[in-house]
Write a protein that binds this ligand. Sequence first.
Ligand code: NAP
Length: 294
Amino acid sequence: MSQPLFHRVALIGIGLIGSSLARVLRRDSPATEIVACARRAETLAAVERLALADVTTHDPAEAAEGADLVVIATPLSAYAEIGRHIAPALKQGAILTDVGSVKEVVVRDLGPHVPEGVHFVPGHPVAGTEHSGPEAGFAELFRDRWCILIPLPETAPEAVANIGRMWEMAGMRVVTMTAAHHDRVLAMTSHLPHLIAYTIVGTATNLEESLKSEVIAFSASGFRDFTRIAASDPVMWRDIFLNNREAVLDVLQRFSEDLTALQRAIRWGEGDTLQELFTRTRAIRRSIIEAKQA
Ligand code: NAP
């Protein structure tokens, strides 16, 4: 059998994303030893029940020890503490990566803890669902989605290539960009839509009781799709908005201006304006379907 890409992989955080990666490794790289780390006993019990790891531990440093790849897959607010904790345990030549949804903060919080001789390649597999935890993961989650890697000036190209190969094994298309660019793109494509969904569902919950029950009854008319997005993990999304503040505020400003323009078009009966916009947005949907990202 050919050599596995990585002999020992430490997954620090094994929820939706970490457990999906574990399933990919189990499927495509069975010789890879997987060490899983989480805080709660229930999480590690689920990992054991699902046979997603060879070793489980509550201690991130113990997980990182001897690993040739360490993947941080926790909410962003845990990164700095984890980085401080695992730094002395990282072996020379190991690769440290992550899956966090914002990237400048990762370079800021984790970067300073990375010891000399360890390759640091922040990453973001742009794939997910509104579910959390190891039971929610599945190997096909990543198929045909994009994975964004953030090579730093000092990162060895070989380390970036190795991480890229792992995500390709998961079925992803891999692209590299700077952390700042990543955060601007994702503010538009992911963070703003989630904020809008949280707002709409929040507004509905503030309605008077009689209207609220009708919103639920008639949710199939549009509201339902927003509730799916707004069911995403509260801690993860709190961390995303706190850590991508500038880029989110920037796209939010543009969004409010466009919303005001639409408000005006409705007020003044400007049907052409509305129809022209809805025609353009329908075309966007079609191109997303053609790009197999629907
Ligand atoms: P998740 O299902 O909630 O899993 C989070 C994991 O991190 C759990 O194993 C949890 O362990 C552990 N954890 C939480 N806080 C921790 C702490 N302070 N110290 C150590 N471990 C901790 O989350 P997820 O959806 O996989 O997201 C993980 C990361 O992937 C986030 O940074 C997110 O931005 C990114 N991401 C998410 C998606 C998505 O759609 N969900 C997509 C792409 C990227 P316990 O169960 O023991 O608390």
